[in-house]
Design a protein around this ligand. Structure first.
Ligand SMILES: Nc1nc2c(c(=O)[nH]1)N[C@H]1C(S)=C(S)[C@@H](COP(=O)(O)O)O[C@H]1N2
Ligand SMILES: [Mo]
Length: 333
C-alpha cells in the first residue's frame, strides 16, 4: 500500500524523478550527477515511492542515492587492475545504473534499496572468522585495508532474476583472508553471515519471522579458495556505497548473484554445508551451488538470456557466466 502523511518537508511526488523517466531520458553521467545535486534531499524526503511496496523512506543523505564516496576513504585507491580480469567482453555498466538497481532485502524488496539505507552504519566494521581453523580471530576493516594486497577486477555479474551488469570491484581474493586463520584439513565448507541489525534495516525489522535473518551464504572450500572468489570493499574505484554491500562483501562472478553476500560480519569454516538464506526460503528455486547455467531453467523463467542494467541490451547467458576456465574443473564429477 502506498501511503504517507504529508509533513511540511514532504515534497510532491512529481518532484521525484522515477527510475523509468530517468532511463528514458538516458541522462548523461554529468547531467545525472547535477540532477542528484539539485535533488539533494528530494529522493530522501519523498515517501510512498511507487516501487517500494509502501515502505517509507527515512531522511537520507545524498551520498546514499549515488555512487559517491562515503566519509573517509582508505588510501588503497586506485588499486591496479589485475591483468587476468582486465575487461568484461561487454560494455561497462554506468555507475548510476548499477547503484540504482540493487538487491538488498534487509532494506527493501524493491530494487531502489539506495533509498532505504540511510540508517545503516558500515563503520566501524570487523569480520569474525572462526570454526574449523587454527587461528580464529576478529579482523578490523581498517587493519585489512592496511594489511591486504588490493587489486581491481572487471567482472560480469548475473542475477538469478536475469539482469546482469559489468562492474570493476576493488578488493582481494577470499583465499588471502582465509589463509590468515589457517583452516584445518576437516574444513570442507565456508559459511558467511550478514549483519543482524533490524534497527538499521527496516525491511529486516518488518519481516522478522518471515525470512531466516540474518542473510547467510556458503561455499565449498574448493570454491572459496578458487582464484575467482573475491572479497570486495570497493566498486568503480571507490569504497562500496551502502546499497552495494558496504563495507565488505563477496563477489562470485560464476554464480548467481544471491551467492555474493553483502555486508559480511562473520565467516565460519565447517565440515557440513551451512544453511543459506534463499535455499532455506525456497530450496526448489535456489540451490546451494547456484552456478550460472543457461540450460537449467528457474522453475518460473528461462535462464537462456540476460539483460544489462542501463542499456537493457540482451545477451545469451553463458555457462559459469563465461568463467569456465577458472571453475569448470571443480564440478567434474
Ligand atoms: N545480505 C545480502 N546480500 C545480498 C543480497 C541481499 O538481499 N542481502 N542480495 C543478493 C543478490 S540477489 C544479488 S543479485 C547481489 C546484488 O548485488 P548488487 O545489488 O550490489 O548489484 O547481492 C546479493 N547479496
Ligand atoms: Mo540476485
Amino acid at each position: 500500500m502506498n501511503y504517507f502523511v504529508r509533513r511540511p518537508w514532504d515534497l510532491p511526488q512529481r518532484l521525484v524523478t522515477p527510475e523509468d523517466v530517468y532511463r528514458q531520458r538516458k541522462l548523461h553521467r554529468r547531467e545525472f550527477l547535477t540532477w542528484l545535486g539539485l535533488a539533494t534531499g528530494v529522493v530522501g524526503l519523498s515517501t510512498g515511492c511507487s516501487d517500494s511496496g509502501g515502505e517509507k523512506t527515512s531522511s537520507q543523505s545524498p551520498a546514499t542515492s549515488s555512487p559517491e564516496v562515503p566519509e573517509s576513504v582508505p588510501n588503497i585507491y586506485p588499486a591496479a587492475r589485475n591483468p587476468n580480469f582486465k575487461d568484461y567482453g561487454r560494455a561497462e555498466t554506468e555507475p548510476e545504473d548499477a547503484a540504482r538497481y540493487t538487491n538488498f532485502y534487509e532494506f527493501s524488496t524493491s530494487k531502489s534499496t539506495y533509498k532505504f539505507v540511510a540508517n545503516f552504519k558500515p563503520t566501524p566494521w570487523a569480520i569474525e572468522i572462526g570454526g574449523l581453523c587454527d587461528r580464529p580471530g576478529k579482523f578490523d576493516l581498517d587493519d585489512l585495508h592496511k594489511q591486504m594486497s588490493f587489486e581491481e577486477r572487471a567482472c560480469r555479474h548475473r542475477c538469478v532474476e536475469t539482469w546482469a551488469m559489468c562492474v570493476p570491484w576493488t578488493g582481494f581474493p577470499l583465499r588471502d583472508l582465509l589463509k590468515r586463520v589457517e583452516p584445518k584439513a576437516e574444513a570442507k565448507y565456508v559459511g558467511f553471515t550478514t549483519f543482524d541489525r533490524p534497527d538499521e534495516a527496516t525491511n529486516m525489522a518488518r519481516t522478522q519471522g518471515d525470512f531466516p535473518w540474518p542473510y547467510t551464504e556458503g561455499l565449498t572450500i574448493a570454491e572459496a579458495t578458487n582464484e575467482l572468489a573475491f572479497i570486495a570493499t570497493g566498486i568503480y574505484g571507490k569504497p562500496l556505497p551502502k546499497q552495494h554491500g558496504a563495507p565488505i562483501r563477496l563477489v562470485l562472478p560464476w554464480k548467481y548473484g544471491f551467492k555474493s553476500i553483502k555486508s559480511i560480519v562473520q565467516i565460519t569454516l565447517t565440515d557440513k554445508p551451512p544453511a543459506t538464506f534463499w535455499n532455506t526460503v525456497n530450496p526448489a528455486e535456489y540451490d546451494f551451488e547456484a552456478n550460472v547455467n543457461p540450460t537449467i531453467s528457474h522453475p518460473r523463467w528461462s535462464q537462456r538470456t540476460e539483460w544489462m542494467l542501463g542499456t537493457r541490451e540482451r545477451h545469451d547467458t553463458v555457462i559459469y557466466n563465461g568463467y569456465g576456465e577458472y571453475v569448470a574443473s571443480m564440478y567434474k564429477s
